[in-house]
Design a protein around this ligand. Structure first.
Ligand SMILES: [Fe+2]
Length: 335
């Protein structure tokens, strides 16, 4: 091949990234996969050109050097993160999202919102441990003044358009805004990173048993990525707000509420409350219980979250295994 073109949602674009990597720099598959599941070896050189054309307004994968996938035999969701796999070009055309079913518009829209909220609240870049060698700098660097600009804009755009695209897929202006927000958030989080809601979402999706979302055009069980992320997000922001309440309150303001009379110590609760109310309006399941999990699954879910170092290390608040357990328990039901 002279180059690659990925046309589709996040899984398709990520598959194109990995196909490019595996065919250009062949090696055992786990060579490049994130540690501790893989060896996280640096990609040795430039890859072939890759053009990505998203057909959902969600992942932002057309902008990032990250590919996420399941390793089925290990029951693990993990990924490859390297600047080398980032597409050379993304073609963003809202015509490609015209026929998205409302449930996919909702799930992917929540993915965008949480990308932006997490990159805005991630551990700041200057509080992350510097690597020994600049070449070992992670793809995800922590929140920083440049990623903040993209995240802020994406939070505002999604908050004012997500209901419109779900209720009326023919609303061209809103669909244009949403796919642009997906790209904005992608540039932000592709640089700053995401944190605990994404870390927790991977085992939530990976351990799915029988759940099939109503209206989802697949005939096998799935907890779509954006759904898994938003099911964890309210608990996560209630927890992380203590690390930087001002940022969490500001994020709530960006979602469209007046904060002049709000107390800073309520920041986490305010932000979580906005997300829960949006979940209700968009028909999301009421927590992890509604997608098939119970308290007896929490230990396994924690076990699946702990290896997600790439994102967990960007949590603005240090956490213990016990904290993670509480986060999952608090995510079982929201209303
Ligand atoms: Fe995501």
């Amino acid at each position: 091949f002279d180059g690659f073109i990925g046309v589709g949602g996040g899984s398709i674009m990520d598959t194109a990234k990995v196909a490019n990597l595996c065919s250009t720099c062949p090696a055992d598959f786990l060579t490049y996969v994130n540690a501790p599941i893989g060896k996280a070896t640096l990609v040795p050189g430039p890859l072939k050109p890759l053009i990505c054309i998203p057909t959902t307004a969600g992942t932002g994968s057309e902008t990032t050097g990250v590919a996420i996938f399941d390793i089925v035999k290990m029951h693990a969701k993990t990924g490859i993160a390297s600047r080398a796999i980032r597409p050379v070009e993304g073609i963003i055309d809202p015509e490609n999202t015209r026929t998205l079913p409302p449930i996919i518009a909702a799930c992917t829209g929540f993915d965008v919102l949480v990308h932006a909220l997490e990159s805005y609240t991630a551990l700041p870049y200057n509080r992350r441990l510097a690597p020994e060698n600049p070449r070992l700098r992670p793809t995800y660097q922590g929140s920083n003044p440049i990623s903040d600009i993209w995240a802020v804009k994406a939070i505002e755009i999604v908050s004012s358009n997500i209901m419109r695209v779900i209720e009326n897929p023919a609303d061209d202006a809103s669909r244009s805004q949403m796919i642009m927000a997906a790209t904005f958030a992608g540039i932000g989080f592709g640089n700053a990173g995401v944190h605990l809601a994404h870390g927790m979402s991977y085992p939530v999706s990976g351990m799915v048993r029988g759940f099939k979302p109503a209206g989802y055009p697949l005939d096998y069980p799935i907890i779509p990525h954006g759904m898994a992320v938003i099911l964890c997000a309210p608990s996560v922001f209630r927890f992380t707000a203590a690390a930087n309440p001002a940022r969490h309150l500001e994020a709530a303001q960006l979602m469209g509420i007046e904060i002049a009379n709000s107390r800073i110590e309520d920041a986490g609760e305010i932000l979580a409350g906005l997300l829960v109310s949006l979940m209700q309006k968009t028909g999301m399941p009421n927590g992890l219980e509604a997608v098939g999990y119970t308290a007896s699954d929490v230990d396994k879910l924690v076990e699946g979250t702990l290896p997600q170092h790439r994102v967990n290390s960007l949590s603005p608040r240090l956490f213990t295994v016990d904290d993670l357990k509480k986060l999952f328990l608090n995510s079982l039901r929201y209303w």
